[in-house]
Design a protein around this ligand. Structure first.
Ligand code: NAP
Length: 546
């Protein structure tokens, strides 16, 4: 029996009462999925935990938050009108501008009327006989629809550090993914920050000049390269708007959907001078070129990777005055680019400031968080404010936080204790009528590009079902097995696969998340597009329909 929902806060009451599809999440994925399904004439209900649209860009309001994709390659590509109307202020957009952009999109396409905010989904159950999903909110309200589409985002389940006494700190303590909307006054304050990932690096380089004193607690240093961000001039703006077709075509041709394509040369096959000159060039250029546009063997051959790591280590030593601090900032347990590379702006120089101190947790581990601050094995640090830049339970974490049950009460969380089993990353094995946008095993890189492709593909599948009067879709077991084999093969030989990070499913703050898993499709976006295109062209034979 499906409980009738209460009146929606903002969403159109008709849609809420009888949706064809429920989409969970109103971030970049959910917004675009809604837009596409609405084109099919479907009633779509989007349920969103936050008070408005934006997903990642709604939640992550920490100081210095911005993306590392070229702004003009990041926005939606589906509307030429939108592309011409929107002016990105910087080559790498800051969070407030990105959120403003998404709000503009939501207004322009009138998306909010299909959305219900403050609606955190905590459970989803599939009625096998009726082929209906019923989702339940934190509030206990329920909504039902034949189709469920998860647009949860790979990095939405933030995690706090599992340190004794964490909740005893007397002052304000913020996770970067729950930064207060009004900001935090850090001026002159004694601030402690835990973490040195991409988020921490942006936060540290931004707040170091304002705080009274900053102590950075580092467990694992990360390689990081300069972002080289700057404002977009009027002339550039005109040129960008005239070149969108070429920009998106270029993104389609690269395996990560960034504008940067892997160099066909091998680091080990060119002379030392040529190698050094190329790396100097990449280091001086904006964006991810140094990561995804590097020599083709840097992320696969340990010897090439060692050379790249040595180059990056030299840069850190050049930029950090104190050689001991520089040494602590150089990663020792993973090679260059084997974790998602943070891009930075004067990050390393921050450690030359008198008001900044780096604490290496490998030398002096944290023993406890106390009412006054953080106690390590060596000393007690006192703070006014604590910042947890401690990351996310990546990819599967957002799914684990919803009690998702398929036929016979089968629980997705149980199925996904190891590497998930999916078909093309759009459906989990054993969960009919649940489709995923950017769940495990889709291609990932320049995220909105990946999102648009998956959403378009999912929309094609839904359209096929509607045209053929099909009520139920699930992956065929043999197709899942083939895809699992393909996903496993694609990751072979990639150095990152053996390194602890959210990308390999490791999060030491979450019980059970200490085993390496394959959470993406790493055969590249071009290959992913080819495979999914063939499945669609072949009439989706890898799926079983009723
Ligand atoms: P992250 O890369 O997972 O970093 C989390 C940091 O917290 C790590 O340094 C981790 O240390 C540390 N940490 C976690 N628990 C700890 C504990 N109990 N004690 C001490 N240290 C602890 O997370 P993130 O920085 O939020 O970035 C996640 C991803 O978000 C990025 O890789 C990227 O994909 C995305 N992102 C993108 C941008 C951008 O586009 N510019 C910006 C920010 C984030 P260990 O490494 O030792 O675990």
């Amino acid at each position: 029996m499906v409980a009738k929902p209460l009146v929606a806060q903002r969403a159109d009451p008709e849609t809420v009462a009888d949706p064809d599809v429920i989409v969970i999440g109103a971030g970049i994925s959910g917004m675009y999925q809604l837009y596409r399904l609405r084109e099919l004439g479907m009633r779509v209900l989007v349920l969103e935990a936050g008070s408005d649209i934006g997903g990642t860009w709604y939640w992550n309001r920490y100081p210095g938050a911005r993306f590392d994709s070229e702004s003009w390659s990041y926005g939606y590509s589906f509307s030429k009108e939108l592309l011409q109307e929107w002016d990105w202020p910087e080559h790498f957009s800051a969070q407030p501008d990105t959120l403003r952009y998404l709000e503009y999109v939501a207004d322009k396409f009138d998306l909010r009327k299909h959305m219900r905010f403050h609606s955190r989904v905590v459970a989803a159950r599939f009625d096998d006989e009726a082929s209906i999903w019923t989702v339940e909110l934190e509030s206990g309200e329920r909504f039902a629809a034949p189709l469920l589409i998860t647009a949860l985002g790979p990095l939405s389940a933030h995690t706090l550090p599992n340190i004794p006494g964490r909740d005893s700190f007397a002052g304000p303590a913020w996770h970067t993914a729950r930064w207060p909307h009004g900001g935090v006054d850090l001026k002159g304050k004694r601030v402690g920050i835990i973490g040195t990932g991409a988020t921490a690096i942006q936060t540290i380089q931004t707040i170091a000049k304002d705080v009274g004193h900053l102590t950075v607690f580092q467990r694992t240093p990360n390689w990081a390269a300069p972002l080289h961000n700057r404002k977009i001039t009027d002339e550039e703006q005109t040129r960008i708007k005239a070149s969108y077709d070429e920009i998106f075509e270029r993104c389609r041709q690269t395996s990560t959907c960034f504008i940067h394509a892997t160099d066909s040369r091998k680091a080990l096959e060119v002379s030392a001078e040529e190698r050094e000159a190329f790396w100097e060039k990449l280091y001086s250029e904006p964006g991810f070129g140094i990561w995804v546009g590097n020599f083709q063997d840097v992320l696969t051959d340990p010897r090439a990777n060692d050379l790249a790591s040595a180059f990056m280590a030299k840069k850190i030593r050049q930029r950090v005055k104190d050689p001991e601090v520089a040494d602590r900032l150089i990663p020792k347990n993973h090679g260059f680019g084997t974790r998602r590379l943070p891009l930075e702006t004067n990050y390393f120089e921050v450690y030359n400031q008198d008001n900044v101190r780096l604490v290496d947790l490998n030398e002096t581990p944290i023993e406890a968080i106390t009412p006054r601050g953080i106690r390590t094995s060596a000393e007690a640090h006192e703070f006014d404010i604590l910042i947890y830049a401690t990351g996310f339970d990546g990819v599967t974490g957002p799914y684990d936080r919803i009690d998702i049950r398929g036929p016979g009460g089968r629980r997705l969380k149980d199925d996904w204790t190891g590497t998930p089993r999916t078909l093309l990353g759009v459906q989990a094995e054993g969960f009919p009528n649940m489709l995923m946008v950017l769940g495990p095993h889709t291609a990932r890189g320049n995220i909105p590009r990946n999102i648009e492709e998956v959403v378009d593909w999912v929309t094609g599948l839904v359209k096929h079902m509607r045209e053929h009067g099909l009520k139920r879709v699930e992956p065929r077991p043999e197709a899942v097995a083939d895809w699992a084999g393909h996903v496993g093969k694609a990751v072979e030989g990639l150095l990152f696969a053996g390194v602890n990070s959210w990308q390999t499913g490791i999060n030491r703050n979450v019980e059970g998340r200490d085993v390496l898993r394959v959470l993406g499709y790493y055969g590249g976006a071009v290959e992913y597009r080819r495979i999914t295109g063939e499945v669609a062209a072949g009439g989706y034979r890898e799926f079983r329909f009723d």
